[in-house]
Design a protein around this ligand. Structure first.
Ligand SMILES: [Zn+2]
Length: 324
């Protein structure tokens, strides 16, 4: 099966009450870990590439690695541009075989966001084959690639805007802000409560009222959540036990993401959790085996941790197991 766009996958996910994992990748081991996990779970999957990943690995390498994964697994795989900042980067990806792009004009005014998103949609939809477009309304806190939004400067999506936005732009899916956040430090300690027993931070709950209101206004329309790593504490502990220093790293609880997956949310972006699993494996191998100097030894353990994590997400959070 060749690369696919997200249209059919989202329709099935919406109707089936599950979400598809959109995992960021920037090297071979991460691509392999994600797609081998998806293969073992017989799950569709979205591999997404940020501007930072394009800069790090070069677009041609990323494209060829994802094609290799398609050939190796036979799964329905979407190659998606994460956080396209302007028309040019979206066009470049569309012209070079991406099957889906995000235009993120969420930091611009409502009218400017509409104008730019519409321009990308017209170009992407005229392409043969059809390329799907994700847009964003509302702003998330946190850091991703070159995008940094201070806590307090984020803004929830206004449900009263969504129908007009989707109608005027023609976008295929919409990322909304309901309290998720980019990075491994999603919330300030002052926004959280602290578990008295474990000392672990408990973040504020997601705004399911906004999600409900949005989906009421856009029946059948796929919603996307960015910044949805859970910062699983088992990996934070391995990292910190092996020389790392991640203090008060906190994510979105998996139960809340599992709940969102059953609703209108069809795509959940997970990046930081993969980074943490990879780092945990590398740190553990290096600490336990100071004699190792073959990157396959420590990167290999990192890859196996990422694979386990993705299987867990597909099975226990997204609900996309056996949906390929
Ligand atoms: Zn994002």
């Amino acid at each position: 099966m060749p690369l696919v766009n997200s249209k059919e996958l989202f329709k099935k996910a919406y109707d089936g009450g599950y979400a598809i994992g959109a995992f960021n990748c920037n090297n071979m081991e991460i691509v392999q870990a994600i797609t081998e996990a998806a293969k073992e779970c017989n799950s569709p999957v979205i591999l997404q590439v940020s501007a930072g990943a394009r800069k790090y690995a070069k677009p041609v390498y990323l494209k060829k690695m994802v094609e290799a994964a398609v050939e190796d697994t036979g799964l329905p795989i979407v190659l998606h541009l994460d956080h396209g900042a302007d028309f040019e980067i979206c066009k470049d990806c569309i012209d070079n075989g991406f099957t889906s792009v995000m235009i993120d004009a969420s930091s611009k005014s409502f009218e400017e966001n509409i104008a730019l998103t519409k321009k990308v949609c017209e170009y992407a939809h005229a392409h043969k084959p059809y390329v799907t477009v994700e847009a964003e309304l509302g702003t998330l806190a946190g850091i991703e690639a070159d995008v940094k939004v201070e806590h307090g400067a984020e803004s929830y999506t206004r449900p009263e805007d969504v129908e007009e936005f989707v109608k005027r732009t023609g976008c295929d899916s919409l990322a909304i802000a309901i309290g998720t956040s980019h990075g491994a430090y999603k919330f300030k300690p002052s926004q959280c409560t602290r578990d008295p027993k474990t000392g672990v931070l408990c973040p504020p709950p997601l705004r399911f009222d906004i999600l409900e209101e949005v989906s009421k206004r856009l029946p059948g329309f796929p919603i996307v959540l960015h910044g949805s790593s859970s910062v699983n504490q088992e990996y934070v502990k391995i990292i910190n036990d092996n020389g790392g220093a991640l203090v008060d790293a906190v994510g979105v609880p998996e139960e809340q993401l599992a709940k969102a997956s059953k609703l209108a949310v069809c795509k959940i972006n997970i990046d930081s959790d993969l980074r943490l699993a990879m780092t945990a494996g590398i740190r553990q191998d290096m600490k336990e085996h100071p004699e190792h100097f073959d990157p396959r030894q420590y990167v290999g353990l990192g890859r196996s941790y990422v694979k386990e994590l993705v299987k867990h997400k597909i099975t226990d959070v997204l609900g996309s197991k056996d949906k390929a």
